[in-house]
Design a protein around this ligand. Structure first.
Ligand code: CDT
Length: 303
């Protein structure tokens, strides 16, 4: 079979005071542990390099810019690229991207795919930005992704790399059926995703108490309905008073969870993923060419 051993390298909380160097040391430890367990590809979380700053309404431009990367790799992240190349391990890394494009400064919530030779082979910019563009009254913790980032402008591409057809998405994207379908229609066999999900993110206790369930439901349904592997990796634990769920998991095209984190700290989980399994359901119940009826889906792409 065509198998790849993949790791989800969950990260525990990252303090606001943590330096890039501190974080990269933790990523290196996870990378080595994953490699020792046979992993050829390691998935790190969304906004891995810093605390989840969209919980705060910051206004000082210098303070905001300090959370963003202007180059990847930069001097602080280069050791991760070098070690990954030395070990022959590919990786997915989420980070805040500051780009100079169209003659202006633009900010995106970004992930990259790096192959086993340490080359950046793909970049994705988060499409579904949750939360608000201004602080909300009466909330102890904000969620201001629409304030800090523009929606991604790269769509949902897939890449042939490391012997697989790979796609990427980020956190809130995993709750949207369209995310998976657009990649599955391009043949994605494995979708990599990082997330930061506070356990009080809706502000409604009935919904908040189901946060873990909704995470699992979304990822398992996305995997099954699109016949693809999904590797979902959390930044978890009590980060600056915000409690974020763990439950990093590797889900098969059958929708079954094949590995799941049991802590909310730094934790590596691995699974051997048979990529041919992605064809299994696409030959039968989800044979897109035979069964899809796009003429009936027009409403989905209208504003
Ligand atoms: N990072 C991210 O997208 N988090 C959201 C929760 C916050 S919604 C206000 C998620 O969908 O998990």
């Amino acid at each position: 079979d065509r198998a790849i051993v993949v790791a989800a390298a969950q990260m525990g909380p990252i303090a606001r005071s943590a330096t890039r160097k501190d974080v990269v040391l933790r990523l290196l430890a996870a990378l080595r542990q994953a490699h020792a367990r046979g992993a050829e590809l390691v998935v790190f979380p969304e906004l891995t390099l810093t605390t989840f700053f969209p919980r705060w309404h910051l206004t000082d431009p210098a303070e905001i810019d300090a959370f963003f990367e202007t180059e990847m790799p930069g001097p602080e992240t280069l050791p991760l690229f070098e070690e990954a190349r030395r070990l022959g391990v590919g990786f997915y890394l989420g980070y805040a991207e500051l780009a100079a494009e169209e003659g202006r400064t633009r900010r995106f919530n970004t992930s990259i795919l790096v192959d086993r030779a340490g080359r950046v082979v793909g970049k994705y910019r988060k499409v579904h930005l949750p939360g608000y563009d201004a602080p909300q009254a009466g909330r102890s913790s904000q969620h201001l992704e629409k304030y800090y980032f523009e929606p991604g402008n790269l769509g949902f591409p897939v890449w042939r790399s490391m012997g697989a057809v790979m796609g990427m998405c980020i956190c809130n994207d995993r709750r949207w059926a369209e995310t998976y379908r657009v990649m599955a229609l391009q043949g994605a066999e494995m979708i990599l995703l990082g997330y930061n999900t506070p356990d009080d993110h809706t502000g409604n206790f009935d919904s908040d108490s189901l946060t873990g369930f909704h995470h699992q439901l979304s990822v398992q349904a996305g995997a099954y309905q699109n016949s693809t592997w999904v590797v979902a990796t959390a930044k978890a634990g009590n980060e600056e008073g915000s409690r974020m769920i763990g439950q990093s998991m590797i889900v098969a095209p059958s929708g079954q969870i094949v590995a799941m984190a049991t802590t909310t700290d730094d934790e590596v989980i691995t699974a051997r993923c048979d990529l041919d399994m992605a064809a299994l359901y696409r030959r039968t119940i989800f044979d897109f060419a035979r069964h899809r009826e796009p003429d009936n889906y027009r409403l989905i792409v209208e504003r």
